[in-house]
Write a protein that binds this ligand. Structure first.
Ligand SMILES: CC(C)(COP(=O)(O)OP(=O)(O)OC[C@H]1O[C@@H](n2cnc3c(N)ncnc32)[C@H](O)[C@@H]1OP(=O)(O)O)[C@@H](O)C(=O)NCCC(=O)NCCS
Length: 183
């Protein structure tokens, strides 16, 4: 039997950006961005698992902490009525898939970034920035005016990346995460 012994609260920021004046995408050489199709669902899930399983967000969102959890997550996200294929991209580098991002169309002409992850070996080369920017252009092409995302407060590297692309914090929230144990 699983029991909850405590609840931890994780500080998160909502960040938003106006989509009217986006910079041009510069993709690092040797990388390409593949558009969404059912055929790349498993690759998205594998990249998410490799990118998140040792990160703080996998504690907050347990589905990001296992291969099966990531497959389930991708099935749920890609079957939502507001899933936006044009804002969902897979980065492929010299050794295969290495980055992924998914986008949703929220009410009020707003795009919502679901997950952005780059596998550890391929970080720091601009792949994450290219994925986010490609998704912002996808939101724009879908006629949206604004985009938002949530980021964990202690994830400062990701926040720097988002700020470089024009995102600004507009809300602080606390995500409750139950500590559950087998008894
Ligand atoms: C955040 C993330 C997507 C950035 O991908 P990336 O391809 O390294 O991004 P870029 O090369 O475009 O930008 C690198 C920035 O990310 C930061 N970063 C975070 N972790 C990094 C790492 N292990 N290696 C290199 N850069 C890292 C860097 O600080 C850098 O910012 P800076 O140049 O201002 O210092 C990637 O680190 C990642 O997948 N992290 C784990 C999953 C996660 O937290 N996703 C964000 C959820 S909101």
């Amino acid at each position: 039997m699983m029991v909850t012994t405590a609840i931890s609260y994780f500080k998160r920021y909502k960040m938003e950006v106006d989509l009217h004046d986006l910079p041009t995408l510069v993709l690092p050489s040797d990388f390409q961005l593949l558009p969404w199709s059912e055929e790349v669902l498993t690759a998205h899930a594998e990249v998410l698992n490799d990118s998140f399983h040792q990160e703080i967000d996998a504690v907050i969102f347990p589905s990001l902490s296992s291969p099966n959890g990531c497959v389930t997550l991708m099935n749920v996200v890609s079957r939502r009525v507001n899933f936006l294929p044009g804002a969902t991209w897979l980065a492929v580098g010299p050794a295969g898939p290495c980055g992924a991002i998914q986008g949703l169309h929220e009410r009020g002409g707003v795009g919502a970034i679901q997950n952005v992850g780059v596998t550890p070996a391929w970080r720091g080369r601009g792949v994450g920035e290219a994925l986010v920017l490609q998704t912002l252009h996808g939101f724009r092409r879908a006629g949206l005016g604004r985009a938002l995302l949530e980021v964990t407060a202690r994830n400062e590297g990701a926040q720097r990346l988002y700020r470089r692309l024009g995102f600004r914090r507009f809300k602080t929230l606390y995500k409750a995460v139950p500590d559950t144990h087998e008894m």
